[in-house]
Unconditional design. Structure first.
Length: 302
């Protein structure tokens, strides 16, 4: 049985009123990993808080906290996010005894440690297409079906001609999943940055520190709880800041390492983690991983 046949939804399936009614005592943390995203982070935070946080007059709260995980920004990202109403957390301040670390996955791992919600929702901070429906769609399956452990967003990408994935997805992630993990090929956006999961699941899996994080989490959570507990939701359209093609090679290598490590095709200690291109300086890619939070000293289970 595939994920696509049984767990496919649309953000339009859910309303704020219906999810507030279904929320009960479940708490929600929306986390935005951010480095130098001053141009877009404020509008995203403002939209989430205006639509989903408690307001004067006693309106229900769907989102309990909005956290911007500031990954050493050198622009006004932190100030803008704070002024928009987010709790800004420096990545360096979280679990300092575990080391500073680096990479997107490191930020996501630390966002779980820094947040308090029973459900963690991730939204990329460089989105130009964010709408409140993203949050409704990502929370909907988790609130309405207790068996769902993770929700992956998918969308159209107009800058790439429609619903296909990005370049790293099409040239690396899909071929790797098709080769080694064909049961996961129904996931439409395996590298998408908009997804949500239950804390109780996220605490049990390792996090790749680099851009292999989405690949690693998808494979590990499917192995932990079963693919039938992963849902997908159509979020409509997604537009964000694009990176030049040359900048994607190191990201693709990180995705490859994450997948290969999970095939058991080691020993991975003998694999090169240096991306090389003729006429250019070698680039050390981020292939190390953070352990499950439940195995991390200093982490306090919520």
């Amino acid at each position: 049985m595939t994920v696509d046949q049984t767990r496919l939804h649309s953000a339009d399936d859910y309303s704020l009123a219906s999810l507030c009614a279904a929320k009960g005592t479940t708490t929600v943390s929306v986390c935005l990993p951010a480095r130098n995203e001053a141009a877009t982070v404020g509008a995203i935070v403002d939209s989430i808080i205006c639509h989903f946080r408690a307001r004067p007059g006693g309106h229900h709260t769907l989102v309990d906290e909005v956290i911007v995980m500031d990954d050493r920004s050198t622009d006004a990202t932190a100030a803008i996010a704070r002024n928009a109403g987010a709790r800004v957390v420096s990545v360096n301040s979280v679990l300092p005894d575990a080391g500073i670390g680096s990479g997107k996955g490191n930020v996501l791992w630390k966002s779980v440690a820094a947040s308090v919600g029973d459900i963690v929702v991730w939204v990329d901070a460089d989105l130009r297409s964010f709408t409140p429906s993203y949050i409704l769609g990502l929370l909907g399956p988790l609130f309405t079906d207790p068996n769902i452990a993770m929700v992956k967003g998918f969308y159209e990408r107009p800058e790439h001609g429609g619903a296909a994935g990005g370049r790293t997805t099409e040239l690396m992630a899909r071929p790797v999943l098709s080769t080694f993990f064909p049961e996961l090929t129904e996931i439409r956006q395996p590298l998408g940055g908009e997804y949500a999961a239950r804390r109780s699941v996220l605490e049990q899996v390792p996090f790749c520190q680099g851009y292999g994080v989405e690949t690693g989490l998808l494979i590990d959570i499917a192995n932990l709880v079963g693919i039938e507990r992963i849902a997908q939701v159509d979020l409509g359209t997604r537009a964000h800041r694009n990176r030049p093609l040359r900048a994607l090679s190191a990201q693709a290598m990180e995705v490859l390492h994450a997948a290969l490590r999970r095939t058991g095709a080691g020993p991975d200690s003998q694999w090169s983690s240096v991306f090389q291109r003729p006429g250019a300086a070698p680039v050390e890619v981020q292939v190390s991983e953070r352990p499950p939070l439940l195995d991390t000293p200093g982490y306090r289970r919520r």
